[in-house]
Every structure is written in structure tokens, then in C-alpha cells.
Design a protein around this ligand. Sequence first.
Ligand SMILES: [Zn+2]
Length: 383
Amino acid sequence: MATLQYCNICNQALGEPVYVSPRNISVTSNADIVPIPTQVYFCETCGHLETPPFDNLESYYDTGYNILIDSDDEDQLYQSVDGQKAFRADFQLETLLKKQTIPMDSKILDFGSGKGTTLRRLALRRPDIAYSLFDVSQAYVPFWEKFATPDQWATYTLPERWNENFDLVISFYVLEHVAELREIVKNIVRVLKPGGKFYFLVPNVYANIGDFVVVDHVNHFSENSIYHLLESSELSVVEIDTKTHDSAFIVTAQKKPAIEKRNLEIAPLTQRVNQISEYWNTVVERVQVFETKHVNEPVAIYGAGFYGTYIATCLRNLSWVQCFIDQNPYKQNEKVLDKPIIVPDDLQENIKIIYVGLNPRKAVTTIGAISTWSERGHTYFFL
Ligand SMILES: [Zn+2]
């Protein structure tokens, strides 16, 4: 019997199953009967319920599943209220349009599209959008050909050409079938633009307990486990809606914007660290080259804090340093390296050489703002 050792979402070790069917007969979401037991495990770390994938699950979806393949217009009845029939694709489209503002000319991918019925209806409603289709079967291609061209679809793997391509990825009743859940979500994140949205529906087993024993639903989500999955995948949860649909979670997540993502990458950081290191490697030499050009002239160091003191430690000869200059009134009675600290206005006229010991990002602006110095003909050293 297939077993599950680790959680599909948080990878923590799972204990014994919380449920094993009493018979070796199970039913799939497509109402196929398979001669195996159903097992359900519960992850106490992230609150996920999961069922071991049965053998040949991938080939089942590739060649055996093909839901609603019989005709173009066949659709699943979602509910029938007061004689009004509501079909699943229509409901999905109306809900999507209600919950998502889709900007003009958006690029949208239907992930696990099946025939693409919902997307096709969306495209009729919104001719401005650019849409693409993806599924793990070739069986849907004849349907896609009726409203899309081959560059608009892919099967089995999400192609590199789609990296950071989509404003919105939609996915209806797909993630509950996927054993490699974290891998799939990672790939969806890959094809989203920074800030792009991932909008999906999955069954809510707590609202429809039949989902517990659907043997090809390897994932039975909770709000907890959805949250855990998304937040550990470079996505931020925007909303987990449990109300709009009576037996599904409607989830909106957003790929973290580029600025946050960039902070998570090490390569640019390494480059910047090397730059800063290189900068500090050359500071002593730069100070001393400047010092050599101005021997026997009285000098001052602007900044009685870290940077000013650092410059002082670089100088070969401190005796020409007349004073430190600092605008902080609390420092006026102190000394640095036995030199007095004065305010800019008190600088003697004969001192023309100033080492600026300030954060290099702000130094030029700070010095430029000292109005009484503007006509003094100083020569500055900037870090
Ligand atoms: Zn878990």
C-alpha cells in the first residue's frame, strides 16, 4: 500500500494515517473506480490533509482523465436553484470577474485549463486580454485549436519563454490533484510578473466532506495549509474566501514585488559587499594621497563622529589638524584626539583644507548647505 512520509506542503514527517478505507475500492474525482484503498494523513504542523498518489497518477491525468472531453459545450452542473441551472465554467468566470480587477491588456494563464472553457468565455468578454493555456495532457489541444494558436499553449512543463510573463495565473480545481505541490507553485511563481496575481479554486473538504475520500485528490486544503503553502513560496496571501463558494476555497495571492524579491537574492548582495570592501581597502591610500598634496597647511576634519575619527586614523601626521567641526551643540565642549570641536561658523579663515568625515551618500549635500562657507575657497576631501 502506498504511504506518505512527508507533508506535501511543509515537508514535516507525517505519522499514521487518520483514515484508511475499510475496502480496497476507491473513487476518483472523475467517478472512476480504482481497486485500491483510500488513505488520508493529517499534518499537525501546517493543518494539511493529504492522500498518497496512486500508481500511474500522471498517466491517469494524461490519457485517462480528460474530464468533459465529449463535446465543446459539455459543462459540469454546479448547482440548481429554483430551476435555474448554474454551470461550473460560468460560475467560475462570474466569480473571477467579481473578485479580480483585470487591467487592460493583461496577460493571463489558465494553469490546468482542461478544455479552457472558462478562459474562452473570458476572452469573448474581454477581447483585450492575451491568454495562454497549460495542462498535463495533449488531449485538450483539439479544443484549444478552436480559439488559440500553438504559441498560446504548452503541455507538461511551463516553458522558459513564459518566465515573469503573466499578470494573472488562474487555476480552477487543479492543486488538489498535484503531488509535487511546492514544485508546481514554484513554477507558477516563475511565470508570474513581480506583483502578478495567482487566483485559484480548490475544494474545501470542511465544507464538503466527500472530498475527504476522493482518491485522486492528493491534497485536501485548509485555510492554514493554503496560507503556509503560499507564504513559503514568494507569494503573499491577499484573500482566502470561504464564503462565496459553498464547497471551495477561492484564493488570491500575489507574487512579492521585485524590490522585496531582489533582497532575497544573494548574488547582487555579494557584488555590493565586494564593492564596499574594495571601497574601504582604498580609503587609507586616498586620504594619504590628499594629505601629501597639502603638507604644511592647517587642516580641519568635518565630523566628530565615526567618519571623522576614521579619517584621523588614516593621516600620517595629525599635528596639522587644527580642529574637528561638528554641528552638534552637545559636542562643542568635547575633544577628539585632543583636538577641539567647533561649529562651522567658528572655523578660522586661514584653514582652507577640510576632510569631510560624513556618510559619503550625504556629505556633498551637507557641506553645500553651510552658507557661510560658500565663498571661503575651501578644498575638500570627500570619502
Ligand atoms: Zn504540513
